[in-house]
Design a protein around this ligand. Sequence first.
Ligand SMILES: Nc1nc2c(c(=O)[nH]1)N[C@H]1C(S)=C(S)[C@@H](COP(=O)(O)O)O[C@H]1N2
Ligand SMILES: [Mo]
Length: 202
Amino acid sequence: MSPISHGFRRRHTVPDGAVDRVPPGQYVTDGFPVLSAGPTPRTPLAEWTFSVRKGGETLKSWSWEELQDLPAEAVTVDIHCVTRWSKLGTEWRGVSVDTLLGQVEDDARYVMAFSDGGYTTNLPAEDVRGGKAWVAFGYGGIPLAPEHGGPARLLVPHLYFWKSAKWVRGLELMDEDQPGFWETYGYHMYGDPWKEQRYQGD
Ligand SMILES: Nc1nc2c(c(=O)[nH]1)N[C@H]1C(S)=C(S)[C@@H](COP(=O)(O)O)O[C@H]1N2
Ligand SMILES: [Mo]
């Protein structure tokens, strides 16, 4: 295995055969860095809900038990943080967002994920549909750790990882795109790692 690939020296080696899985400007890490803009919130499961809202109205809400009763999937995906680390083959368990939005009648074009602690991030609705996004509550075969977003986080692996809101509590449906937390501070509105859409203007 050579540490040289794509003509530049990476900070870490890329596993054999995985070069095509690492977006431009990223390096691969075996660790799992924790990046949180504030303290880790701890909502008791008995009080936890996941809600789909629109215009301040709750269209549908699931308790923790109701979420657990929905069909869950095992998902193995690569994740890419805008701070340049990528982690390959991460193993999650969660409910597809398709399953949740399938119980709501609305054709909004955008969603704002919202979390305990006030974090938000915006996504086109089509990027959380079609088997591309999950509400994940398991990681590596055990419950998702609080610092990584437990009890549940959004998992949208095809976009930079800031779109995967930790401690997620729901989706606000929107007819027009609006910036979330990091997007307000200049991060890209979409965040495709393969196009290096890190900041506005990229
Ligand atoms: N609620 C919340 N979700 C968040 C963040 C945050 O600060 N708060 N940080 C985002 C960023 S920038 C990244 S890279 C990932 C980090 O997830 P990790 O700490 O599990 O690695 O979570 C994203 N989701
Ligand atoms: Mo990030």
